[in-house]
Write a protein that binds this ligand. Structure first.
Ligand code: SF4
Length: 501
């Protein structure tokens, strides 16, 4: 093949990539054209900082071999991020970052170890630039890998946002200042005079800060920090929030998350254009097959388990169950019985939460024995054990995904299925009222349900329940539950350490 003949062009809006095959030495090389907006082709100018927002498309050349190697490495790093996050739920961000760095060095992933413990941009050697560039390109590869799969996209999004946050926490003051400068964030600290004028308000909004005088407060447009405002953690005046330096990471993490969400559309386009290019196909296939999002569903880590026990189920049903499981739990408590579909849906959900077989047996027995005798319960014993893979085919049955629940056939005596789809209007409204939702919250959820947007309705339910914004829709009740647990424990411990997870 002619080495000068582009065999592929992928449009990244106004930015684009060309790929060439160099036949003389049989090394495949990919050429990333410079994005029009980049001011210089000098890599030193393009990678001045160890922490990036990945807003520009990578440029330059890279062999397919290296492309594969750095993409696989990033996947390992993101998997480690998830594992450490789940194992160390009660630790602060900084502690998790340290745990990640230790693990990276242990596994020989030194480049990433170096990036993640960086304080910013103290050095700019060829080696620094090489590492930053590999970080940049590998992020783009993974981003393009996940765009067509909602759960993988969600997984990638969460791990990247987490990684960004942990990395941001290692920056020193100069590193943060440079980061703001490079990325055109013109936030400046308020003066001592201004601070005096609003001192009372700053005290009230940041009760954990004892020394207001020696704390920098930045003036930030409110739309950058909707979540901090919702949590009433900052003082807002005339559309501007006054954010203490301890909370500044939040501003940039929120920005990073928004940038990432909006970049998926471009990544979709790029990936679609690469569809028939075999050189990329096998890299993407490998990456796709190795993103194990089911970890998120069935992680039963020690730290999570301390919050899950039989005596906490009533409380968890109120705080962290998705509506489908809350309805089943309440019906079981009230009627001491569920029809077949409800028993399977709820039993597998409990198994997915990490409830042991013996606890599950106790739970179901306590309820069922209120309306039946030992002999009648024996039949149920079999099915509970069956769900746990201890009878019959002994398969390890997994909790139902939302799609399967949405396809349920539901009769008048049933409580299973997805309430956003299956529940009758009046019962549904009553259920939402029981959840403590006001009229406008109820009507927002009911409208989405009526329009057939069940996932969006479930997400709205989650957002109201958790008083937060959630960017990606749930596809599995156990993911909903796990996310809720992480949110609640992170919020709890984050607020204690002032270092939110
Ligand atoms: Fe349950 Fe999924 Fe329906 Fe939410 S969308 S209520 S998690 S089935």
């Amino acid at each position: 093949m002619n080495s000068q003949l582009p065999i592929y062009c992928a449009c990244y809006k106004f930015k684009w990539i060309k790929c060439y095959e160099i036949s003389s030495n049989m090394v495949s090389t990919m050429t990333f054209q410079v994005p029009i907006k980049l001011s210089s082709r000098n890599p030193g100018d393009s990678y001045p900082h160890d922490l990036q927002l990945y807003r520009n498309v990578p440029f330059g050349e890279i062999t397919l071999e290296e492309l594969q190697e750095i993409s696989e490495t990033r996947l390992k790093v993101l998997s480690l991020v998830e594992r450490i996050h789940l194992q160390k739920l009660t630790m602060s961000v900084s502690q998790r970052r340290v745990a990640l760095i230790e693990e990276l060095y242990k596994q020989g992933l030194n480049e990433f170890g170096r990036l993640i413990k960086s304080s910013g941009c103290k050095s700019c050697t060829d080696m620094d630039i090489r590492i930053r560039r590999r970080d940049h390109i590998s992020h783009f590869m993974l981003r393009s890998t996940v765009v067509f799969n909602e759960s993988k996209k969600r997984w990638f999004f969460k791990q990247e946002a987490r990684l960004f946050k942990w990395r941001f926490s290692s920056l020193d003051n100069e590193g943060i200042r440079q980061f703001m400068h490079i990325n055109n964030f013109n936030f400046s600290p308020i003066s001592q005079n201004e601070k005096e004028n609003i001192r009372e308000h700053l005290h009230m909004s940041s009760p954990n800060i004892n020394d207001i005088d020696n704390t920098q407060f930045y003036r930030i447009p409110f739309f950058h920090i909707a979540n901090l405002i919702r949590k009433r953690k900052v003082f807002v005046m005339q559309g501007e929030a006054f954010v203490p330096e301890q909370e500044m990471a939040f501003v940039f993490v929120s920005y990073f998350r928004r940038t990432l969400i909006s970049s998926f559309e471009v990544a979709r386009e790029a990936r679609a254009n690469l569809y028939n290019d075999e050189r990329f196909t096998h890299i993407f296939t490998y990456l796709e097959n190795n993103i194990l999002t089911q970890n998120t569903v069935l992680v039963r880590e020690q730290e999570m388990q301390q919050y899950i026990s039989l005596d906490k189920l009533d409380e968890l049903a109120e705080t962290s169950y998705p509506l489908c499981m809350r309805v089943l739990h309440k019906a079981l408590r009230k009627n001491h019985h569920l029809t077949h579909g409800g028993r399977i849906q709820y039993c597998l959900f409990l198994k997915g939460m990490g409830l042991s077989l013996s606890d599950a047996m106790t739970f179901w027995k306590n309820e069922f024995m209120k309306i039946m005798d030992d002999t009648a319960f024996k039949e149920h014993t079999y099915y509970i054990r069956f769900n746990y893979g201890k009878e019959g085919s002994r398969r390890d049955y997994q909790p139902y995904k939302c799609l399967r629940i949405l396809e349920s056939i539901v009769g008048p005596r049933d409580y299973h299925g997805c309430p956003f789809k299956h529940m009758l209007h009046d019962t549904f409204e009553e259920e939402l009222t029981n959840c403590g939702f006001n009229a406008s919250e109820r009507s927002a959820i009911m409208k989405l349900s009526k329009d057939g947007q069940y996932f969006a309705a479930c997400n709205k339910y989650y957002e109201i329940k958790h008083d937060c914004l959630n960017d990606t829709l749930f596809e599995h009740p156990n993911i909903y539950f796990n996310e809720s647990m992480k949110h609640r424990t992170a919020y709890h411990y984050g607020s204690e350490t002032g270092d939110a997870v």
